[in-house]
Design a protein around this ligand. Structure first.
Ligand code: HEC
Ligand code: HEC
Ligand code: HEC
Ligand code: HEC
Ligand code: HEC
Length: 177
Protein backbone atom coordinates (compact mmCIF):
# COMPACT_ATOMS: atom_id res chain seq x y z
CA UNK A 1 0.00 0.00 0.00
CA UNK A 2 1.02 3.60 -0.63
CA UNK A 3 1.83 5.32 2.67
CA UNK A 4 0.44 8.87 2.26
CA UNK A 5 2.28 10.03 5.38
CA UNK A 6 5.69 9.15 4.02
CA UNK A 7 7.69 12.33 3.22
CA UNK A 8 8.86 10.88 -0.10
CA UNK A 9 5.29 10.19 -1.26
CA UNK A 10 4.21 13.68 -0.13
CA UNK A 11 7.09 15.22 -2.03
CA UNK A 12 6.27 13.28 -5.19
CA UNK A 13 2.57 14.22 -4.98
CA UNK A 14 3.48 17.89 -4.46
CA UNK A 15 5.79 17.85 -7.47
CA UNK A 16 3.12 16.26 -9.66
CA UNK A 17 0.56 18.89 -8.57
CA UNK A 18 2.97 21.77 -9.26
CA UNK A 19 3.79 20.29 -12.65
CA UNK A 20 0.15 19.95 -13.65
CA UNK A 21 -0.74 23.48 -12.50
CA UNK A 22 2.27 25.00 -14.29
CA UNK A 23 1.37 23.04 -17.43
CA UNK A 24 -2.21 24.32 -17.41
CA UNK A 25 -1.04 27.89 -16.76
CA UNK A 26 1.39 27.60 -19.67
CA UNK A 27 -1.26 26.53 -22.14
CA UNK A 28 -3.87 29.01 -20.91
CA UNK A 29 -1.72 32.13 -21.12
CA UNK A 30 -2.62 34.39 -24.03
CA UNK A 31 -0.44 33.54 -27.00
CA UNK A 32 2.27 36.07 -27.84
CA UNK A 33 4.36 35.97 -30.99
CA UNK A 34 5.59 32.63 -32.37
CA UNK A 35 2.13 31.42 -33.25
CA UNK A 36 2.33 30.66 -36.94
CA UNK A 37 -0.99 29.24 -37.94
CA UNK A 38 -2.80 30.46 -34.80
CA UNK A 39 -6.47 30.65 -35.78
CA UNK A 40 -8.86 31.29 -32.92
CA UNK A 41 -12.57 30.74 -33.42
CA UNK A 42 -14.45 34.04 -33.79
CA UNK A 43 -17.83 34.82 -32.18
CA UNK A 44 -19.33 35.46 -35.64
CA UNK A 45 -17.88 33.58 -38.61
CA UNK A 46 -16.63 36.68 -40.42
CA UNK A 47 -15.20 35.75 -43.84
CA UNK A 48 -12.34 37.80 -45.39
CA UNK A 49 -12.36 35.69 -48.55
CA UNK A 50 -15.92 36.88 -49.18
CA UNK A 51 -15.57 40.55 -48.21
CA UNK A 52 -11.96 41.35 -49.18
CA UNK A 53 -11.73 38.59 -51.83
CA UNK A 54 -14.93 38.14 -53.80
CA UNK A 55 -16.37 41.64 -53.15
CA UNK A 56 -12.96 43.35 -53.05
CA UNK A 57 -13.79 45.70 -50.20
CA UNK A 58 -10.49 47.54 -49.54
CA UNK A 59 -8.70 46.54 -46.33
CA UNK A 60 -8.67 50.11 -45.12
CA UNK A 61 -12.42 50.54 -45.45
CA UNK A 62 -12.57 48.44 -42.28
CA UNK A 63 -9.05 48.75 -40.81
CA UNK A 64 -9.13 52.51 -41.11
CA UNK A 65 -6.47 53.34 -38.53
CA UNK A 66 -3.69 51.37 -40.14
CA UNK A 67 -2.07 54.40 -41.74
CA UNK A 68 -2.48 56.58 -38.71
CA UNK A 69 -1.54 54.64 -35.62
CA UNK A 70 0.07 51.63 -34.04
CA UNK A 71 -3.10 49.63 -34.28
CA UNK A 72 -4.97 48.84 -37.45
CA UNK A 73 -8.07 48.24 -35.30
CA UNK A 74 -10.99 46.00 -36.09
CA UNK A 75 -14.12 47.83 -37.35
CA UNK A 76 -17.07 48.67 -35.13
CA UNK A 77 -20.55 47.44 -35.96
CA UNK A 78 -21.43 50.77 -37.58
CA UNK A 79 -19.10 49.88 -40.41
CA UNK A 80 -20.72 46.48 -40.94
CA UNK A 81 -24.19 47.99 -40.88
CA UNK A 82 -23.33 50.48 -43.60
CA UNK A 83 -23.98 47.51 -45.84
CA UNK A 84 -25.85 45.04 -43.70
CA UNK A 85 -28.75 47.31 -42.89
CA UNK A 86 -29.79 46.15 -46.36
CA UNK A 87 -27.42 43.42 -47.56
CA UNK A 88 -28.46 39.91 -46.45
CA UNK A 89 -30.57 41.58 -43.74
CA UNK A 90 -32.78 38.51 -43.32
CA UNK A 91 -29.90 36.08 -42.62
CA UNK A 92 -29.64 34.88 -38.97
CA UNK A 93 -26.01 35.99 -38.56
CA UNK A 94 -26.83 39.48 -39.82
CA UNK A 95 -29.81 39.66 -37.47
CA UNK A 96 -27.37 38.92 -34.66
CA UNK A 97 -25.18 41.84 -35.80
CA UNK A 98 -28.18 44.17 -35.80
CA UNK A 99 -29.45 42.97 -32.43
CA UNK A 100 -26.01 43.55 -30.89
CA UNK A 101 -25.87 47.03 -32.43
CA UNK A 102 -29.33 47.93 -31.13
CA UNK A 103 -28.35 46.73 -27.66
CA UNK A 104 -25.27 48.97 -27.80
CA UNK A 105 -22.96 45.94 -27.66
CA UNK A 106 -19.92 45.13 -29.75
CA UNK A 107 -18.70 41.80 -31.10
CA UNK A 108 -15.93 40.41 -28.88
CA UNK A 109 -13.53 39.49 -31.72
CA UNK A 110 -10.63 37.34 -30.56
CA UNK A 111 -7.24 38.86 -31.27
CA UNK A 112 -5.09 36.85 -33.64
CA UNK A 113 -1.81 38.82 -33.68
CA UNK A 114 -0.22 39.95 -30.45
CA UNK A 115 3.25 41.33 -29.79
CA UNK A 116 4.68 41.57 -26.27
CA UNK A 117 4.26 45.01 -24.68
CA UNK A 118 8.00 45.65 -24.69
CA UNK A 119 8.08 45.74 -28.48
CA UNK A 120 7.47 48.96 -30.38
CA UNK A 121 5.63 48.28 -33.56
CA UNK A 122 3.77 50.76 -35.68
CA UNK A 123 1.78 50.02 -38.79
CA UNK A 124 2.05 53.58 -40.01
CA UNK A 125 5.73 53.61 -40.98
CA UNK A 126 5.45 50.32 -42.80
CA UNK A 127 2.39 51.30 -44.81
CA UNK A 128 3.92 54.67 -45.69
CA UNK A 129 6.99 52.88 -47.04
CA UNK A 130 4.79 50.73 -49.24
CA UNK A 131 5.07 47.39 -47.39
CA UNK A 132 1.94 45.46 -48.39
CA UNK A 133 -0.49 43.98 -45.85
CA UNK A 134 0.00 40.56 -47.44
CA UNK A 135 3.81 40.65 -46.98
CA UNK A 136 3.27 40.36 -43.23
CA UNK A 137 -0.25 38.91 -42.96
CA UNK A 138 -0.26 36.52 -45.91
CA UNK A 139 -3.17 36.02 -48.32
CA UNK A 140 -5.89 37.47 -46.06
CA UNK A 141 -8.18 37.97 -49.03
CA UNK A 142 -8.28 34.17 -49.42
CA UNK A 143 -8.87 33.36 -45.74
CA UNK A 144 -12.28 32.29 -44.54
CA UNK A 145 -10.88 32.60 -41.04
CA UNK A 146 -7.83 34.73 -40.27
CA UNK A 147 -4.74 32.92 -39.03
CA UNK A 148 -1.29 34.17 -38.08
CA UNK A 149 0.88 33.81 -41.17
CA UNK A 150 4.28 35.14 -40.01
CA UNK A 151 6.14 34.22 -36.82
CA UNK A 152 6.31 37.84 -35.53
CA UNK A 153 9.65 36.89 -33.99
CA UNK A 154 12.51 39.35 -33.58
CA UNK A 155 14.46 37.47 -36.25
CA UNK A 156 11.59 37.95 -38.69
CA UNK A 157 11.47 41.72 -38.09
CA UNK A 158 15.25 42.15 -38.35
CA UNK A 159 15.62 39.97 -41.44
CA UNK A 160 13.34 42.33 -43.34
CA UNK A 161 14.83 45.54 -41.88
CA UNK A 162 18.27 44.37 -43.05
CA UNK A 163 17.25 43.86 -46.65
CA UNK A 164 19.07 46.37 -48.86
CA UNK A 165 15.86 47.59 -50.47
CA UNK A 166 14.51 48.56 -47.04
CA UNK A 167 17.62 49.53 -45.15
CA UNK A 168 15.47 50.08 -42.05
CA UNK A 169 17.08 50.69 -38.63
CA UNK A 170 18.12 47.66 -36.55
CA UNK A 171 19.43 49.27 -33.36
CA UNK A 172 17.79 47.81 -30.25
CA UNK A 173 15.93 51.02 -29.42
CA UNK A 174 14.18 50.94 -32.78
CA UNK A 175 11.91 48.21 -31.46
CA UNK A 176 12.47 48.25 -27.69
CA UNK A 177 11.83 50.94 -25.07
C1 HEC B 1 5.52 45.00 -41.40
C2 HEC B 1 4.52 43.99 -41.16
C3 HEC B 1 3.05 44.37 -41.22
C4 HEC B 1 2.38 45.00 -42.26
C5 HEC B 1 2.94 45.52 -43.58
C6 HEC B 1 0.99 45.06 -41.86
N1 HEC B 1 0.84 44.51 -40.62
FE1 HEC B 1 -0.89 44.33 -39.56
N2 HEC B 1 0.13 43.63 -37.94
C7 HEC B 1 1.48 43.38 -37.91
C8 HEC B 1 1.88 43.03 -36.56
C9 HEC B 1 3.30 42.72 -36.09
C10 HEC B 1 0.69 43.06 -35.77
C11 HEC B 1 0.56 42.83 -34.25
C12 HEC B 1 0.65 44.19 -33.59
C13 HEC B 1 0.59 44.20 -32.09
O1 HEC B 1 0.29 43.20 -31.44
O2 HEC B 1 0.83 45.30 -31.53
C14 HEC B 1 -0.39 43.42 -36.68
C15 HEC B 1 -1.73 43.56 -36.30
C16 HEC B 1 -2.77 43.84 -37.20
C17 HEC B 1 -4.17 43.86 -36.85
C18 HEC B 1 -4.76 43.58 -35.48
C19 HEC B 1 -5.12 44.87 -34.78
C20 HEC B 1 -3.90 45.64 -34.41
O3 HEC B 1 -3.65 46.68 -35.02
O4 HEC B 1 -3.14 45.19 -33.52
C21 HEC B 1 -4.87 44.20 -37.99
C22 HEC B 1 -6.39 44.37 -38.13
C23 HEC B 1 -3.90 44.39 -39.04
N3 HEC B 1 -2.63 44.15 -38.54
C24 HEC B 1 -4.22 44.76 -40.34
C25 HEC B 1 -3.29 45.15 -41.30
C26 HEC B 1 -3.64 45.74 -42.59
C27 HEC B 1 -5.05 45.99 -43.09
C28 HEC B 1 -2.46 45.99 -43.23
C29 HEC B 1 -2.23 46.66 -44.59
C30 HEC B 1 -2.89 47.96 -44.81
C31 HEC B 1 -1.38 45.55 -42.34
N4 HEC B 1 -1.93 45.06 -41.18
C32 HEC B 1 -0.01 45.62 -42.64
C33 HEC B 1 2.36 43.47 -38.97
C34 HEC B 1 2.08 44.08 -40.19
C1 HEC C 1 -19.26 47.04 -48.31
C2 HEC C 1 -20.34 46.15 -47.90
C3 HEC C 1 -20.14 45.22 -46.70
C4 HEC C 1 -19.61 45.53 -45.45
C5 HEC C 1 -19.07 46.86 -44.98
C6 HEC C 1 -19.72 44.32 -44.66
N1 HEC C 1 -20.27 43.31 -45.39
FE1 HEC C 1 -20.72 41.41 -44.72
N2 HEC C 1 -21.37 40.91 -46.57
C7 HEC C 1 -21.44 41.75 -47.68
C8 HEC C 1 -21.95 41.02 -48.83
C9 HEC C 1 -22.16 41.58 -50.23
C10 HEC C 1 -22.23 39.70 -48.36
C11 HEC C 1 -22.80 38.52 -49.16
C12 HEC C 1 -24.31 38.56 -49.00
C13 HEC C 1 -24.99 37.40 -49.67
O1 HEC C 1 -24.34 36.39 -49.95
O2 HEC C 1 -26.20 37.49 -49.86
C14 HEC C 1 -21.86 39.68 -46.94
C15 HEC C 1 -22.03 38.57 -46.11
C16 HEC C 1 -21.77 38.55 -44.75
C17 HEC C 1 -22.04 37.44 -43.86
C18 HEC C 1 -22.66 36.11 -44.26
C19 HEC C 1 -24.18 36.21 -44.13
C20 HEC C 1 -24.81 34.87 -44.38
O3 HEC C 1 -25.20 34.22 -43.39
O4 HEC C 1 -24.86 34.45 -45.55
C21 HEC C 1 -21.63 37.80 -42.61
C22 HEC C 1 -21.70 36.99 -41.31
C23 HEC C 1 -21.09 39.15 -42.71
N3 HEC C 1 -21.21 39.57 -44.02
C24 HEC C 1 -20.56 39.86 -41.63
C25 HEC C 1 -20.05 41.14 -41.75
C26 HEC C 1 -19.43 41.86 -40.65
C27 HEC C 1 -19.23 41.31 -39.24
C28 HEC C 1 -19.08 43.08 -41.12
C29 HEC C 1 -18.36 44.18 -40.38
C30 HEC C 1 -17.07 43.85 -39.81
C31 HEC C 1 -19.46 43.13 -42.54
N4 HEC C 1 -20.04 41.94 -42.86
C32 HEC C 1 -19.30 44.24 -43.35
C33 HEC C 1 -21.09 43.10 -47.70
C34 HEC C 1 -20.54 43.82 -46.65
C1 HEC D 1 -15.72 44.47 -44.20
C2 HEC D 1 -14.69 44.66 -43.19
C3 HEC D 1 -13.29 44.11 -43.36
C4 HEC D 1 -12.47 44.17 -44.48
C5 HEC D 1 -12.79 44.76 -45.85
C6 HEC D 1 -11.21 43.58 -44.11
N1 HEC D 1 -11.25 43.17 -42.80
FE1 HEC D 1 -9.73 42.36 -41.73
N2 HEC D 1 -10.98 42.08 -40.13
C7 HEC D 1 -12.31 42.44 -40.09
C8 HEC D 1 -12.90 41.94 -38.85
C9 HEC D 1 -14.35 42.11 -38.40
C10 HEC D 1 -11.86 41.27 -38.16
C11 HEC D 1 -11.95 40.56 -36.80
C12 HEC D 1 -12.46 39.16 -36.96
C13 HEC D 1 -11.42 38.22 -37.50
O1 HEC D 1 -10.29 38.18 -37.00
O2 HEC D 1 -11.74 37.53 -38.50
C14 HEC D 1 -10.67 41.37 -38.99
C15 HEC D 1 -9.43 40.84 -38.67
C16 HEC D 1 -8.26 41.04 -39.41
C17 HEC D 1 -6.92 40.63 -39.00
C18 HEC D 1 -6.56 39.93 -37.71
C19 HEC D 1 -6.58 40.91 -36.56
C20 HEC D 1 -6.05 40.32 -35.29
O3 HEC D 1 -6.86 40.03 -34.41
O4 HEC D 1 -4.83 40.14 -35.17
C21 HEC D 1 -6.05 41.00 -40.00
C22 HEC D 1 -4.55 40.81 -40.02
C23 HEC D 1 -6.85 41.60 -41.05
N3 HEC D 1 -8.17 41.61 -40.65
C24 HEC D 1 -6.33 42.08 -42.23
C25 HEC D 1 -7.11 42.48 -43.31
C26 HEC D 1 -6.57 42.73 -44.64
C27 HEC D 1 -5.12 42.61 -45.03
C28 HEC D 1 -7.64 43.10 -45.42
C29 HEC D 1 -7.64 43.39 -46.91
C30 HEC D 1 -7.10 42.34 -47.77
C31 HEC D 1 -8.82 43.10 -44.57
N4 HEC D 1 -8.46 42.70 -43.31
C32 HEC D 1 -10.11 43.47 -44.96
C33 HEC D 1 -12.99 43.19 -41.04
C34 HEC D 1 -12.51 43.47 -42.31
C1 HEC E 1 8.50 43.13 -44.73
C2 HEC E 1 9.50 43.99 -44.13
C3 HEC E 1 9.39 44.40 -42.68
C4 HEC E 1 9.03 43.62 -41.60
C5 HEC E 1 8.65 42.16 -41.59
C6 HEC E 1 9.10 44.48 -40.45
N1 HEC E 1 9.48 45.75 -40.80
FE1 HEC E 1 9.66 47.35 -39.54
N2 HEC E 1 10.14 48.56 -41.11
C7 HEC E 1 10.23 48.14 -42.43
C8 HEC E 1 10.45 49.31 -43.26
C9 HEC E 1 10.60 49.32 -44.79
C10 HEC E 1 10.48 50.44 -42.40
C11 HEC E 1 10.65 51.92 -42.77
C12 HEC E 1 12.04 52.39 -42.60
C13 HEC E 1 12.12 53.85 -42.97
O1 HEC E 1 11.25 54.63 -42.55
O2 HEC E 1 13.03 54.17 -43.72
C14 HEC E 1 10.28 49.92 -41.05
C15 HEC E 1 10.25 50.72 -39.91
C16 HEC E 1 10.03 50.27 -38.63
C17 HEC E 1 10.03 51.10 -37.45
C18 HEC E 1 10.20 52.61 -37.42
C19 HEC E 1 11.64 52.96 -37.33
C20 HEC E 1 11.82 54.44 -37.13
O3 HEC E 1 12.93 54.90 -37.43
O4 HEC E 1 10.90 55.11 -36.68
C21 HEC E 1 9.79 50.27 -36.38
C22 HEC E 1 9.70 50.67 -34.91
C23 HEC E 1 9.65 48.93 -36.90
N3 HEC E 1 9.81 48.98 -38.26
C24 HEC E 1 9.42 47.81 -36.12
C25 HEC E 1 9.20 46.53 -36.63
C26 HEC E 1 8.90 45.38 -35.80
C27 HEC E 1 8.82 45.37 -34.30
C28 HEC E 1 8.72 44.34 -36.67
C29 HEC E 1 8.37 42.91 -36.35
C30 HEC E 1 7.25 42.68 -35.45
C31 HEC E 1 8.90 44.84 -38.03
N4 HEC E 1 9.21 46.17 -37.95
C32 HEC E 1 8.80 44.06 -39.16
C33 HEC E 1 10.09 46.86 -42.91
C34 HEC E 1 9.67 45.74 -42.17
C1 HEC F 1 13.16 45.27 -35.83
C2 HEC F 1 12.70 45.08 -34.49
C3 HEC F 1 13.64 44.61 -33.40
C4 HEC F 1 14.93 45.01 -33.17
C5 HEC F 1 15.79 45.97 -33.99
C6 HEC F 1 15.35 44.35 -31.96
N1 HEC F 1 14.33 43.57 -31.47
FE1 HEC F 1 14.39 42.42 -29.75
N2 HEC F 1 12.50 41.75 -30.14
C7 HEC F 1 11.72 42.11 -31.21
C8 HEC F 1 10.48 41.37 -31.16
C9 HEC F 1 9.34 41.48 -32.15
C10 HEC F 1 10.53 40.56 -30.00
C11 HEC F 1 9.43 39.61 -29.48
C12 HEC F 1 9.45 38.33 -30.23
C13 HEC F 1 10.60 37.48 -29.87
O1 HEC F 1 10.81 37.23 -28.67
O2 HEC F 1 11.31 37.04 -30.80
C14 HEC F 1 11.82 40.81 -29.38
C15 HEC F 1 12.28 40.19 -28.22
C16 HEC F 1 13.45 40.50 -27.58
C17 HEC F 1 13.88 39.93 -26.31
C18 HEC F 1 13.10 38.93 -25.49
C19 HEC F 1 13.38 37.54 -25.99
C20 HEC F 1 12.68 36.51 -25.17
O3 HEC F 1 12.88 35.33 -25.47
O4 HEC F 1 11.89 36.83 -24.28
C21 HEC F 1 15.09 40.47 -26.00
C22 HEC F 1 15.93 40.19 -24.77
C23 HEC F 1 15.46 41.36 -27.10
N3 HEC F 1 14.43 41.36 -28.03
C24 HEC F 1 16.61 42.10 -27.16
C25 HEC F 1 17.01 42.88 -28.25
C26 HEC F 1 18.34 43.51 -28.38
C27 HEC F 1 19.44 43.45 -27.32
C28 HEC F 1 18.33 44.18 -29.56
C29 HEC F 1 19.47 44.96 -30.22
C30 HEC F 1 20.68 44.20 -30.48
C31 HEC F 1 17.02 43.96 -30.19
N4 HEC F 1 16.27 43.17 -29.35
C32 HEC F 1 16.62 44.50 -31.40
C33 HEC F 1 12.05 43.04 -32.18
C34 HEC F 1 13.27 43.69 -32.31
Amino acid sequence: MLNLKSPIVKLVLTLITVGVVAGIAYFMKPPIGYNNGYQPEQPIPYDHSLHAGKYQIPCQYCHSNVEKSRHATVPSLNVCLNCHNNVAADKPLIKRLKAAHQAGESIPWVKVHLLPDYVKFNHKRHIQKGVQCTTCHGPIEEMKEVYQYSSLSMGWCIECHRRPEHNAPISCDTCHY
